[in-house]
Structure formats: C-alpha cells, structure tokens
Write a protein that binds this ligand. Structure first.
Ligand code: NDP
Length: 329
C-alpha cells in the first residue's frame, strides 16, 4: 500500500480506501463482510469509509464489529451525515440538532470515541452553512471528529464552506465525489477549487460500481451475483451506473480490458490506477463483495501509467465520458 496526505492536512490516508456502501448489512452476510475488511487490513488499507445511511445504519454496525479488535490509532475511520436515518423532520440534513445526534449515533455504532473524517454527505440548501459549520466546529473542539469533509458539493459551495471553515478554524480536509474514467465531472471546477483550498479528493466508485471490472458484457444479461443483479444493489446500480449498460460503452470497456492486459494489469487495477494518477486525489474508495476483489484491486497502489497509455484510454472512451460540472451531486 502507499499512503498520501489528505489534501494539505497532516492526515495520512491509504491511497486505496475501503468502503462498505450496499455491501455491509445488505448484499453480504457478516462473515463475508468481515473477510473483506480483513483482506483490506492485510493489504495495508488503513482508511475505511461508511455512512450512517448505508443499509439503514447497519453498515456502520458491521464495520464497527469488523474493526473492533484493530488498534484504533492504526486506522482512519470516516463516516457521513445528511441523508435520512429516521422518519422525523430532524432525522436528516445538516442542522445543528441532526449533526450532533447523528454523530453520537455513529460513534456508538462504530464503537469508537472519535471519527477521523466526518463528511457532510450532501449540501443542505435548507440550513445556513454557518449553523452546519458551527456544529462541526464544536464536534472538532470536543475531539469527536478530527477532520471535516464534504461530498458532492459544487465548487461555489466548497469555496463558501472553505471560507467559513477558515474563520471557525475547522479543518476542512476532504471532498468525496464520484470519479472514474467514465465520470470526470469534478475535473473542470471542483478539483481546481479544492486545490486552492488545500482539500483532497477521496473519490468514490472508481470502477463505476463494477462496470470498469469488465464483467458486464454487451448483449448479455447482467451476471448473476453482480451488484446489478442483487436486490440490495440493483436500485443504486440502475440509478447511477445503469447509464453505462449500453453496447457502445461495454464494447469500449472490453477494449480497455485488452489495453490493461497489455500493460500487465487487470481492468479493475487499470481503472483504480487511473484515478490515482491525479495528485489531487488523496484516495480511491473501493467497494468489494469478495475478499479476492480487494486482493486484486489493491495491486493498483503505486502504479504509474505512462502518458501513451493515458492517451489510449482517452481515445477508446472518446465521446463516452461525462464531464459536465452541472452533474455534480
Ligand atoms: P466501486 O466502483 O469500486 O465498485 C465496487 C463493486 O464493483 C464491488 O462491490 C463489486 O460488486 C465490483 N467489483 C469490485 N472489484 C471487482 C473485481 N476485481 N472484479 C469484478 N467485480 C469487482 O465502488 P463502490 O461503488 O462500491 O463505491 C465505493 C465506496 O465509495 C462505497 O463503499 C462508499 O464508501 C463510497 N461511496 C460514496 C458515495 C457518496 O455519496 N459519498 C456514493 C457511493 C459510494 P459486485 O461483485 O457485487 O458486482
């Protein structure tokens, strides 16, 4: 494993992080979930990502159990607040009340005294940014969260937050956006804004939920057991990755697999290495339904792709890449 600093903060993160969206508490039984976490730890992954909303709060519980015996100082535990975790009007969003209550609930479920990076999972247009950041500031002073992050915020929202964070002396260190060879909407605005503010990118779905593993073939039904085929995964897959289940994309993906093979890599390794080429990316968060996927994917750490290979990738994906910053969030 290789480690990078999270933006300009002093926190080191593993350049490949492990996330448990859809898998823990839903798609996988707990034995398999724990085996994936063990594989991540054995590969040197120290950064773990979850959210209160994942699997109706079960994902945090499963991760907390899986990491219970691990020395707390040896890992970075990250979670998020915003999406509803109950049916009441205060069970969602970025109000002071919900942030405080959600943070304490996450600490309990994760069986820990502090969260390393606490993310605002989305922007909340119904609450003043000042209220949100004052709540984060208090949690930082109490030692319950060490760094703050935002996820899927636009560049203007990030700039506003960074100004407030500076004023309140809150360490706003991370942005968590979707980023892959196919989805590059952060490149135009979010990355430059964050770079200016010393905020690192911790990117999600580097494999486009498995599209960039090559397992989805043109003119074939989705494979049994894959995320697209499971009750837990299909709704999220359809919403975010379904757009890529088109013959022209899947044919291009097959060409990328050949390119990867020629470079001595598997396609997932190429796809993860690709997002890690950007110095502004602090970490790529991978998901896994099997420990073997973790073992394969972590081999992308430390790989440099030469310019010609990067150019070939762009030629293959010409016309298929989404770059519109308006699609943030
Ligand atoms: P990926 O793009 O890495 O997709 C992971 C899935 O792809 C696996 O669960 C598996 O699905 C398949 N896969 C992985 N490796 C292989 C392989 N080697 N061969 C074949 N199939 C493979 O990431 P995720 O979409 O899971 O997202 C990663 C993390 O990012 C999440 O856990 C979460 O922490 C974070 N995230 C954050 C969001 C946010 O709003 N901030 C939103 C979404 C995710 P299967 O085997 O079931 O097909």
């Amino acid at each position: 494993m290789k480690y990078r600093r999270l933006g300009s903060s002093g926190l080191s993160v593993s350049e490949i992080a492990f996330g448990n969206w859809i898998t823990h508490g839903a798609q996988l039984d707990n034995t398999t979930a724990h085996a994936c976490v063990r594989a991540a730890l054995e590969a040197g992954i120290t950064t773990f990502d979850t959210a209160d909303v994942y699997s109706d709060t079960m994902a945090e519980i499963v991760l907390g159990q899986a990491l219970k015996e691990v020395r707390r100082e040896s890992i970075e535990l990250c979670t998020k607040v915003f999406h509803p975790t109950g049916s009441g009007p205060n069970d969602r969003g970025l109000s002071r009340k919900h942030i405080m209550e959600a943070c304490h609930a996450s600490l309990n479920r994760l069986q820990t005294d502090y969260i390393d990076v606490y993310y605002a999972h989305r922007y909340d247009a119904t609450v003043s940014l000042e209220e949100t950041f004052l709540a984060f500031a208090d949690l930082v002073r109490q030692g319950k969260i060490l760094y703050v992050g935002i996820s899927e915020w636009t560049a203007p929202q990030i700039r506003q937050a960074a100004a407030l964070a500076r004023e309140l002396r809150v360490p706003l260190a991370a942005s968590q956006p979707q980023y892959s060879m196919l989805w590059r909407v952060i490149e135009g605005e979010v990355v430059p804004a964050c770079e200016q503010e010393g905020i690192g990118q911790v990117v999600w779905s580097p494999l486009a939920q498995g599209i960039l593993s090559g397992k989805y073939k043109p003119d074939h039904a989705v494979p049994q057991g894959s995320r697209a085929s499971t009750a837990a995964g299909a709704p999220f897959f359809d919403k975010l990755a379904g757009q890529w289940l088109r013959p022209e994309v899947l044919v291009a993906v097959a060409k990328l697999a050949t390119l990867a093979n020629e470079a001595g890599l598997t396609l997932p390794q190429l796809a993860i290495a690709w997002v890690l080429q950007k110095p502004q990316v602090s970490a790529a968060i991978i998901g896994a339904s099997k420990p073997e996927q973790v073992e394969e994917n972590v081999k992308a750490a430390g790989i440099r792709l030469d310019l010609e290979l990067m150019r070939q990738i762009d030629i293959i994906l010409d016309g298929l890449v989404e770059r519109d910053p308006g699609k943030t969030g």
